[in-house]
Design a protein around this ligand. Structure first.
Ligand SMILES: [Zn+2]
Length: 194
């Protein structure tokens, strides 16, 4: 996954965020490049772009504020959250596959950076707003897929490489019998992480 860097000119200094326990998802309610958001937020009198990441419709991901600095995207919650903005208006649009996958990967990437699972909120979970729109695929994006879980479980030493191989064979349809054992431990692992 690639995060594209931008040389922003900040209109003042950014302050550090001392705590990070959640990610907040937003939509832009419009289209355009990341600099147009930055310039708009400067016009609001802010230091610059208020989000930490911007995901475009083609799946490209741009860095906004440095990840360890306080954002300006969710009133009352900027001191403990990371803000991701998605291009588009999901009150009336559907998200492209590219943008969806980029969002999912970005959330995983951020969690890996912090070495823990973070809570993920819609902006509307924190205050009265339509953001990120009623068509935003929130559940699908924030649910950890089963094959991703298998990868994590292998990494964490919960299952062996052999188990992973069996799971891959099962997913590919090359093996007809469901691997009941693997499915049981995956379900257990999922419950632990919920
Ligand atoms: Zn928002």
């Amino acid at each position: 996954m690639e995060v594209l860097d931008v040389n922003y000119r900040w209109n003042g200094s950014l302050s550090a965020r001392s705590k990070t326990d959640a990610i907040v998802l937003h939509h832009r309610a419009g289209n355009g490049d990341v600099l147009s958001i930055h310039n708009g937020h400067i016009k609001n009198g802010w230091v610059g772009i208020g989000y930490h990441f911007y995901v475009r419709k083609d799946g490209s991901i741009y860095r906004g504020r440095p990840i360890d600095k306080m954002g300006a995207h969710a009133e009352g919650h900027n001191n403990h959250t990371i803000g991701i903005c998605f291009e588009g208006n999901f009150e009336n649009e559907e998200m492209s596959k590219e943008q969806f996958e980029a969002g999912r990967e970005l959330i995983n990437h951020i969690e890996e950076c912090y070495g823990k699972r973070l809570a993920v909120y819609r902006h509307s979970d924190l205050m009265a707003t339509a953001c990120p729109g009623k068509n935003f695929p929130f559940d699908e994006m924030t649910k950890v897929s089963k094959d991703e879980l298998v990868t994590r479980m292998h990494r964490d030493g919960v299952i062996s490489r052999e188990n992973v191989r069996n799971w891959e064979l099962f997913l590919s349809g090359k093996v007809k019998t469901p691997y009941k054992y693997i499915r049981t431990i995956i379900e257990r692992y999922q419950k632990l992480n919920d």
